[in-house]
Each structure stands twice: as structure tokens, then as C-alpha cells.
Design a protein. Structure first.
Length: 289
């Protein structure tokens, strides 16, 4: 029996959250085409044969001078040491320079290199990309092409991960798929709904606070607050006659309902907090990274 923690590391939009959802066969992490969609670490627990793999989905590695982004990057770097192994994800479209920058961070834990989104390119493109990584073959334990389509990819990756995990009894009940607080997942789903229903400009100055969750037999009541920095952004989030906020709520309720299997009542307010993305004390107190 083996059990251990695996941090999923990579640049933004490499497919880290999609990988975790695919391995769980359940959606618990935010997936969006927007940059830097994942802001907080979310854990997913995968049972593979008699072994338990606890994956940590992390914010994407990128360069930024913004306070919020710096905190997210530091969180991702910390996850590289607080684990037993690392999965470094790179899209088949990504430059190997991203991997070189990862190596410059001097990871101390063994890592597997995963090339994602391979179903989107022809074999010759994939083979060329694999050959570009061959000069680093003394750095990674294994190189695995991966697509979220098909369980055979899941098993191949999990087999390789288990090889480098320590012998250990289970850390969590095998029936659990996550040890992350439900409030954090609800927050992520509402944020994803903001991403999907607004323009490129808005999401990066907006986030979600879960004020209260009331669980009843047939329904879960969620009371939340969307924070944003500008009056104009608040107006766009709400939309004409409240239509945009309604779309955000409908999308979020569907995501949460699919996870918890109950009806969802979602109440969302929108407030303005100027400069919150630069306020490290506020960001930390509200767990916004």
C-alpha cells in the first residue's frame, strides 16, 4: 500500500485543473480558458488499485508584479516542497522554456513530465515536442503524453506516480474525493461562473467570499459576496435588470448541484472594495489565494 501527496505544477492554462477533474471523474476544480483561473490550492483524492494519491491543484506559474498574483505564485512554489512528488504539466503547444524555468526553481522532489492536450494535434507534432524534451531526460522520472479523453491515459499516469510514492497507510477515507472544505469549492465554482459570463477584463479584479452555508435534507443554501474593485465592474457583473448576475447564479448552481447532489439556493451580493488585489492583509484574511 502506498499513499502520498502530488503537486500539479505548470504554467497557466496547461490543463492542471482538467487533469485533476479527469482523474477524479468528478469536477471539483475551476476550469476556464481565462488566464490564472486557479487561485487556490484544491486537493483531490484518487484511489488507484490499493494506493491513495492526493493531488494538489496549484495556481499557474507566471511572472507578475501584482500582489495577488505574487501570493498565488508563492503558494504554487510552496506546494513543490510540501509533497512527495510533482507532476509538471506542459501543453503540447508550450515552449520547453517553461520547463527550463521550472527546473531553475530547483525542485527537490521527483517529478513526472506530462504533455497535455495531445488530442488536439497530429502525431508528428507530438513526436516533435517529445523530442524537444529528450535533452532533459535525466531530470524527470517519466514523460507521459496525456489527454483527458480516455481512461487509459489516467491509468498510465497513475501507475507511474505510484512507483515514486512512499509506502504509507491511507491519509484519508478512501470514499472521499477531496479533503478541501466545501466552501472553497463553492467559491471556485462561483468564480468560474464569473469568468464564463463576463469579458476578459472583469474576472481578474473580482473574487468570491462565502458568507454562510446552511445544509438541509433536500437543499443547500449558500450566501456569497462577489467583490470587485470598480463601480463600473459592479454594474457589469450585475448587468441590465440583473441579467448577468442571474446567468452567473444559474451556472454556479448547476456546478454545485452536480457535486453535492442536492438542490441549491444561491444568494449573491456584489460589493466594491477598491484596491483589494493590492491589500495583502485582506487577501490573506479572506483566503483569496
Amino acid at each position: 500500500m502506498k499513499s502520498g501527496f502530488v503537486s500539479i505544477i505548470g504554467r497557466t492554462n496547461a490543463g492542471k485543473s482538467s487533469l485533476l477533474n479527469a482523474l477524479l471523474n468528478e469536477k471539483i476544480t475551476i476550469v476556464s480558458h481565462k488566464q490564472n483561473a486557479t487561485r487556490r490550492k484544491i486537493n483531490g483524492i484518487v484511489m488507484h488499485k490499493d494506493n491513495q494519491v492526493i493531488f494538489i491543484d496549484t495556481p499557474g506559474l507566471h511572472k507578475s508584479e501584482k500582489v495577488l498574483n505574487k501570493l498565488m505564485i508563492e503558494d504554487a512554489k510552496k506546494a513543490m516542497s510540501d509533497c512527495d512528488a510533482i507532476v509538471f504539466m506542459a501543453s503540447v503547444y508550450d515552449s520547453v522554456l517553461d520547463y527550463e524555468e521550472f527546473l531553475q526553481l530547483n525542485p527537490q522532489k521527483p517529478h513526472i513530465l506530462v504533455i497535455s492536450k495531445i488530442d488536439k494535434v497530429k502525431n508528428d507534432v507530438l513526436l516533435k515536442k517529445i523530442s524537444e524534451y529528450q535533452k532533459f531526460q535525466d531530470k524527470f522520472i517519466a514523460l507521459i503524453p496525456f489527454s483527458i479523453k480516455g481512461n487509459n491515459y489516467n491509468n498510465l499516469l497513475l501507475d507511474e506516480i505510484v512507483k515514486i510514492l512512499p509506502e504509507h497507510e491511507y491519509f484519508f477515507d478512501p470514499d472521499f474525493i477531496t479533503n478541501t472544505n466545501e466552501k472553497e469549492i463553492f467559491k471556485e465554482f462561483i468564480l468560474e461562473s464569473i469568468y464564463e459570463n463576463l469579458s476578459d477584463e472583469i474576472p481578474y479584479s473580482s473574487d468570491v467570499i462565502i458568507d454562510k452555508v446552511i445544509e438541509k435534507d433536500q437543499i443547500v443554501e449558500i450566501y456569497s459576496t462577489i467583490i470587485t474593485e470598480k463601480k463600473s465592474h459592479k454594474s457589469m457583473i450585475i448587468g441590465k435588470d440583473g441579467n448577468t448576475l442571474k446567468r452567473i447564479g444559474i451556472h454556479a448552481r448547476k456546478l454545485i448541484c452536480n457535486l453535492v447532489g442536492k438542490k441549491i439556493f444561491l444568494k449573491t451580493n456584489v460589493i466594491i472594495k477598491k484596491g483589494w488585489t493590492k491589500d495583502e492583509k485582506f487577501i490573506s484574511s479572506q483566503n483569496l489565494y
